[in-house]
Ligand binder design. Structure first.
Ligand code: ZN
Length: 342
């Protein structure tokens, strides 16, 4: 990599900043984006299943221009538990801006079971006559009065019933101290040329999606938690055909880059899988999160109060796509005001 080459905007800063000073006083950086023929990741000895461990590369050597070799520690972390992440997206238009949001919610198997059981309880409380596993929480239908009237399930629910239900669902996420919540969003100025707008929309969504997954993989694998990622299947297939192929290509191709080894702390991360909406309770909960994040951003951008402020959902790692080539990350209870353009 030439020193002037720009790093992709989605890399966590600590990785993008990796460098060392050689004895000759030159600053040396490992090349994060040169293609390696042999993929990174753990190597399981022949005839074993990996339960007895694997070979994990500990360091990488980089040759300085003065021919000295500098060794960089890759900081691999031994995997402990699988960690299940569910993702969903929501989009809004506000004036000249398009607002895109993507939320991820997850946990290890215990907290996932707890959150699922609590959601079932809340669904039963909202619609006591129905089997809660037979209907799906869908914010666009639940929150819109006209849509509710058209629905044979939701027609008798009032605005207040729905509001209470949503706040209780948010509390499920907030009170589970082992829940992991991260969300990416961006305000993108719309192009007057629809074709150009389509291209920039695609690029923005790809960068945001990669930023969210990269940050989450980095945070979780640092603790030995190995993400398994499940995304909503219908939306990519119907409206966003790029995402499905794109997730796979990126994740399978990326093992050949040092950036991936740093991101995953030396672990293998499977490509995201696509689920039918509502096929898991966590998909329903993350639908609520993404919907309200988009709504909150729209309202605050228009200087109005959101009905359900994001602090009802508890702390979240907010990743803002500030520009096409720059992201800003902050863990907070509420979306920081500086992330919302005036
Ligand atoms: Zn040197």
């Amino acid at each position: 990599m030439t020193p002037l080459q720009k790093l992709p905007p989605f890399l966590p800063k600590v990785i993008a900043d990796i460098k060392a000073r050689c004895a000759c006083n030159r600053v040396v950086r490992p090349d994060l984006w040169v293609f390696h023929e042999e993929p990174f990741g753990p190597i399981i000895p022949n005839g074993q299943d990996g339960s007895k461990g694997a070979w994990v590369q500990q360091t990488i050597k980089v040759t300085c221009k003065c021919e000295r070799e500098i060794s960089f520690n890759l900081n691999p972390v031994t995997p402990k538990y699988p960690f299940f992440l569910y993702g969903d997206e929501a989009n809004r238009i506000s004036g000249q801006y398009a607002i895109d949001c993507y939320s991820l919610l997850g946990g290890t198997s215990g907290p996932i079971k707890d959150m699922s059981a609590e959601l079932m309880e809340e669904k039963k409380r909202l619609l006591p006559d129905l089997d809660p596993s037979k209907w799906i929480v869908h914010c666009t239908k639940l929150l819109n009065g006209r849509e509710r009237q058209k629905s044979p399930i939701f027609e008798n629910l009032s605005r207040e019933d729905v509001q209470t239900f949503i706040e209780r669902c948010a509390a499920i996420i907030k009170t589970n101290k082992y829940a992991f919540v991260a969300a990416v969003f961006g305000f993108r100025k719309k192009h007057s040329d629809p074709k150009q707008d389509g291209i920039s929309e695609k690029q923005a969504r790809e960068t945001m999606h990669t930023a969210l997954l990269s940050q989450s993989i980095f945070q979780l694998t640092a603790q030995g938690l190995i993400p398994r990622i499940y995304l909503d299947a219908t939306k990519p297939v119907r409206n966003l055909p790029h995402i499905e192929g794109w997730s796979r290509d990126t994740f399978l191709g990326s093992r050949h880059y040092l950036a991936y080894e740093y991101l995953s702390h030396g672990n293998n991360i499977a490509a995201p899988e696509f689920l039918k909406p509502g096929s898991h309770s966590l998909s329903e909960l993350v639908d609520i999160h993404a919907f309200h994040l988009a709504r909150s951003l729209l309202k605050r951008h228009n200087k109005e109060q959101p009905e359900v402020p994001m602090n009802k959902f508890g702390p979240c790692t907010y990743i803002a796509m500030v520009r096409g080539d720059y992201i800003d990350v902050q863990q907070a209870d509420e979306v920081p005001a500086r992330f919302i353009p005036l």
